[in-house]
Write a protein that binds this ligand. Sequence first.
Ligand SMILES: [Zn+2]
Length: 68
Amino acid sequence: MPLSSDLHDKNLMFQCQRCSRTIVRKGSWIKSIKTFRCEGCRSEVPMTYGHKLAIFERHRHLAGKDSK
Ligand SMILES: [Zn+2]
C-alpha cells in the first residue's frame, strides 16, 4: 500500500514511540523524514516506513468516513 499523496496537505497526528506525546505534522513532512526530533522527550525517534503507513492508513480511514 503506497503512502497516499491525498494526505500531503493534511495535518496528520501520530504518537512519539518513546514518550507517547501526540505530534501533528503535514503528510508530506511525514513522508519525507526518516527520523524526527520529539519536542517532548528530546529524542531522535526513528520513523519507519511501517510506522508511516500506519499513520497514513488511519487518517485515510478517518477522512473516508467524513468526506465520502
Ligand atoms: Zn517523545
